[in-house]
Write a protein that binds this ligand. Structure first.
Ligand SMILES: Nc1ncnc2c1ncn2[C@@H]1O[C@H](COP(=O)(O)OP(=O)(O)OP(=O)(O)O)[C@@H](O)[C@H]1O
Length: 621
């Protein structure tokens, strides 16, 4: 017998399991059944490609047996089994998706968070058992191996005998405590109801020996007990059932069982399509972002079945990138079981289904936006960015589909608003949809460039995501209203002109431009500033926020905004500037440099020479 220690992380998770105060301990059975079903799936897939292996459906099942006296519950499967090496790798070390998230979140103190959020697979057995034995014989091996652990110090491994290929997981159920009833997990009816609740649509039979009673032979009022093996799950997949038979809880359980996410779904869509193409689908919009969502590791896709048989785990072609957060499955009788990945891409039926799903998802989101604003905002907070990427990517090909789903923070409403809401509120004389870009709402609130537009009483949309301006450039307009940055040259707002006075300052501005060389394309009196002395505006297509995003890219394309330094001629600073221009050229140079650097700071742009800037401030003081 070999004795081994658990790895540190496994130990920590086990500790949480053993001492768990989590209330839904019953899920251990769901986890173990799901592992058993996966193990049978593995044989099934192997048989698809291995001629020497036959998959005879009747030989594959999961069996739950209870030995009340010895406090034992055994979950056996006829799946692919594990070699001793696999037993060690799979059960001695944490390497699963959910646990990976656990690693990142290991600040969470209570087991509750982890179990609730991630699901914990095999280790959940230790919530109800103080000893777990796994005896497994792998396909192709005649030797079995026994793994045993009390969940605390470590585990032991030794050779064992097992007649057939597969795995037995044997749980020694804990004794009742003052607060907790573990005896319930030794009751047939209780285990049966847990199977029904979580694992009803597992596609292999889950068998149990159930105690029944019948009248004793030759007697009218005496009964005798007998046991009979019964299949306790219906095996009918949820998507083949009628919508009216299903409750929200059934969909939620399906979502969890399928590991679509560790949260609760925000919304589900059950589709039963008949006609040119018939298929069934259950789609989910998750409530929270998967931890790897905005990374390269995240894989979009839906499970694809051909008449109840899984062909592919993640069929990416079924979902556009901008709906990559959608989880779920599609089952169609019209798809061939042996279709290859390459062929699938060109499959006409599949394309039709994908198109159809896209419309359904879009309509569902619209519906959510119109009828449950709070939920939609929650959704948008998690996945709005993906929708904006969708507007921007593919050269704007999908903008029509997505524009009505967009939302931005509004300066006047102080909350998220849609473009439609914005436009419907626009005063008649307002020409453009105004927006301001910045790092955060608080920072944009203080931006000098917003002063004129805000003063006019016009609503400003706040762009705080990197992708916002790029998406809007692609959109160009909404309901024939163009978008306009509050920092752009021409704001399209009528102003009282003061040409003669402006002219008088022209020479000074020309001089300032000369001093700033190619740092700015122009220096101008500002139309938009009310209280602030100075700001930067831009000409052309690239704004300052876009410049920042572009320069943060790994292959920095070195695209710069054409910056215009605007001076508020009604600000007291302007008089000092004018005096310097008339009397002291050196001072003008100093003031110009300080004002320019101030404008950079307001924009959150890096100063070219911070030391000389601070020296200059000191000089003025
Ligand atoms: N009954 C079984 N038969 C064969 N292999 C099993 C069985 N139970 C567990 N395993 C193996 O052990 C691994 C770890 O199981 P565990 O339940 O901890 O995580 P998981 O099933 O991979 O992930 P998750 O529970 O998050 O889906 C499985 O991936 C599988 O390879």
């Amino acid at each position: 017998m070999v004795k081994k220690e658990f790895q540190a992380e496994s130990k920590r998770l086990l500790e949480l399991m053993v001492n768990s105060i989590y209330t839904h301990k019953e899920i251990f059975l769901r986890e173990l059944i799901s592992n058993a079903s996966d193990a049978i799936d593995k044989i099934y897939y192997r048989a698809l490609t291995d001629e020497n292996l036959q998959f005879n459906k009747d030989d594959y099942y999961i069996k739950i047996s209870i030995d009340k006296e010895n406090r034992i519950v055994k979950i056996s499967d006829t799946g692919i089994g594990m070699t001793d090496k696999e037993l060690e790798e799979n059960l001695g070390v944490i390497a699963r998706s959910g646990s990976l998230a656990f690693k990142k979140e290991n600040k969470a103190k209570e087991g509750y968070d982890i179990i609730g959020q991630f699901g914990v697979g095999f280790y959940s057995a230790f919530m109800v058992a103080d000893n777990v034995t796994v005896i497994s014989r792998a396909l192709g091996s005649d030797q079995a191996c026994k793994w045993e652990s009390n969940g605390i110090d470590g585990y032991t491994m030794e050779p064992a005998a097992k007649e057939a290929v597969g795995t037995d997981v044997i749980l020694k159920i804990k004794e009742n405590t003052e607060d907790e009833d573990f005896d319930q997990f030794l009751e047939e009816y209780r285990l049966k109801s847990i199977v029904k609740k979580y694992s009803d649509f597992i596609r292999y039979p889950i068998k149990m020996d159930l105690t029944k009673s019948k009248p004793k032979e030759g007697s009218e009022d005496e009964y005798e007990q007998y046991t009979e093996e019964e299949i306790v799950n219906s095996m009918i997949p949820i998507w083949k059932k009628n919508k009216s038979e299903l409750s929200a809880e059934d969909y939620e359980n399906f979502y969890t069982e399928k590991r679509y996410g560790f949260d609760k779904p925000l919304r589900y869509i059950h589709i039963s399509a008949e006609g040119t193409i018939s298929y069934k689908a259950i789609l989910f919009i998750p409530e929270t972002i998967p931890f790897d969502y905005y990374t390269k590791e995240y894989e979009k896709g839906l499970e694809l079945y051909s008449n109840g048989v899984l062909i592919m785990n993640k069929c990416a072609d079924l979902l556009p990138d901008y709906f990559s957060f959608v989880k779920g499955m599609v089952d169609s009788e019209d798809l061939s079981l042996n279709i290859s990945r390459e062929m699938l891409q060109h499959d006409r039926q599949l394309k039709l289904i994908a198109k159809n799903l896209k419309t359904k998802i879009k309509n569902e989101l619209k519906n959510l936006l119109e009828n449950d604003r709070e939920k939609y905002e929650k959704f948008y907070e998690a996945f709005g960015r993906q929708l904006k990427y969708g507007v921007y990517s593919d050269f704007g090909a999908n903008k029509e589909d997505l524009q009505d789903l967009l939302m931005f923070y509004s300066s006047t409403e102080k909350k998220m608003v849609t473009l439609n809401e914005y436009v419907s509120r626009m005063p008649e004389e307002q020409k453009y949809i105004y927006y301001a870009s910045g790092e955060s709402i608080e920072k944009i609130d203080k931006m000098p460039q917003t002063e004129l537009v805000a003063d006019k009483g016009y609503e400003i949309l706040y762009f705080t995501d990197d992708v916002d301006e790029f998406a809007i450039k692609m959109l160009r307009q909404y309901q024939e209203k163009e978008f306009k940055s509050v920092s752009s040259g021409d704001l399209g707002i009528e102003q009282e002109e003061n040409d003669s006075e402006d002219q008088a300052h022209q020479d000074m501005f020309a001089k300032m431009k000369e001093l700033l060389k190619d740092k700015v394309t122009d220096v101008k009196p500002s139309q938009r500033l009310k209280n602030h002395p100075v700001c930067l505006a831009t000409e052309g297509d690239v704004t300052i926020e876009m410049e920042k995003v572009l320069s943060a890219m790994p292959n920095n394309p070195n695209i710069k905004a054409e910056k215009v330094l605007e001076i508020n001629i009604n600000h007291p600073v302007f008089k000092s500037l004018k005096d310097a221009y008339e009397q002291d050229p050196e001072k003008l140079e100093l003031y110009t440099d300080v004002l320019y650097n101030q404008a950079l700071l307001i924009e959150g742009l890096p100063l070219e020479d911070p030391v000389s800037f601070t020296n200059n401030i000191c000089k003025i003081m």
